[in-house]
Ligand binder design. Sequence first.
Ligand code: NAG
Ligand code: NAG
Length: 480
Amino acid sequence: MLFRNRFLLLLALAALLAFVSLSLQFFHLIPVSTAKNGVSSKSRKRIMPDPVTEPPVTDPVYEALLYCNIPSVAERSMEGHAPHHFKLVSVHVFIRHGDRYPLYVIPKTKRPEIDCTLVANRKPYHPKLEAFVSHMSKGSGASFESPLNSLPLYPNHPLCEMGELTQTGVVQHLQNGQLLRDIYLKKHKLLPNDWSADQIYLETTGKSRTLQSGLALLYGFLPDFDWKKIYFRHQPSALFCSGSCYCPVRNQYLEKEQRRQYLLRLKNSQLEKTYGEMAKIVDVPTKQLRAANPIDSMLCHFCHNVSFPCTRNGCVDMEHFKVIKTHQIEDERERREKKLYLGYSLLGAHPILNQTIGRMQRATEGRKEELFALYSAHDVTLSPVLSALGLSEARFPRFAARLIFELWQDREKPSEHSVRILYNGVDVTFHTSFCQDHHKHSPKPMCPLENLVRFVKRDMFVALGGSSTNYYDACHREGF
Ligand SMILES: *[C@@H]1O[C@H](CO)[C@@H](O)[C@H](O)[C@H]1NC(C)=O
Ligand SMILES: *[C@@H]1O[C@H](CO)[C@@H](O)[C@H](O)[C@H]1NC(C)=O
């Protein structure tokens, strides 16, 4: 319990730092009166982060700001923290793509005017932005598995296309890449200067936003990399389950989870009222408005400081936004309690976790391949992995979220290997279900690799509650 609290506190502190650096007035969407206790944003800036001033975790505007992940000053992170006698062996990075244009439009409204070209005189900016564009224009199809080779390598539409990565999204991942470069390459020398193609493993789903996010991170990590040494594999499934995607029981968990979600929505009369009001404003049936998933588009307005849309009948406003966002937070809370999503996640995340421990085990045998692995993915990829690992307190993956597995070797006991798990720079190793108790008996600030291996090979299935002890049986359990 103590450690769970400490975890929350760490997350809260990180969040507060991000928040304080933002200044509430940045967003004209937020009435200044929302500042709590009459504290103006100016005096807020000056005070030291204090957990007491942390807004309640359910503040929808605060949560939405974290989700936007607007690039600001260099963040603090705990990647690469280890005692001197530990050697970094390999690193496995899972990212969500950066800030993107909405996937859905609010019916009968003008879509937000956001420019997806990359230009220096627009915020947010990164010093490597122009060099990134110029390097991307030298790329060739040979570096990408089909059908990735038909995708543009950087965003380039004056009015963003649906789902397109924005400049904010590129900058977020250039920053991620640079941060990982400083820690893993400059400090820990994970790769030699003349690294070879087989030391890096790259995989992405077939969307331009994931490919471009992966490229931006890679460029920040290895500026001006040699295109001939780069090969991005294509992953058709958002679960990254490759050849092991068929799993009927996982789908049954998902159906039950969706049913739970539906029932919770029906219970929320304020939410229904809000959808009704918004439907009236845009003049479509409530059902159609709801099906258009308006929160996705509203988050884009919110993150980009663009006013919510108006029609002759009125405007979509901050109150609507807060109600829908609050419901999302409630939904996540119930999702944790009911555990259906956990069942889905344990089965959904198994293949990619299995692949990752396979890579780690090969590295412990001294193989020098795939020492840096990057999976460029989606919220629906990271979320099940977090849940499967037991990180249920972790926030929903924000834009450009990163989840990292580090593999370390103890130089004093070279046969011993350990892992660290980091989510958005926060060390969450001892919050995972496979390492919760470990720190109580060991002075090492890491988790033995065996714990993770045992979890992935067996304990994940035991956690499902049936008698299965392997993936195939757990996926085909009768009478579930
Ligand atoms: C947000 O929009 C408002 C109104 O359009 C503007 O006054 C303000 O400067 C904008 N903030 C930023 C940081 O762009
Ligand atoms: C797990 O990985 C091993 C190789 O490391 C592989 O042989 C096995 O088929 C994988 N299992 C699943 C269910 O993906």
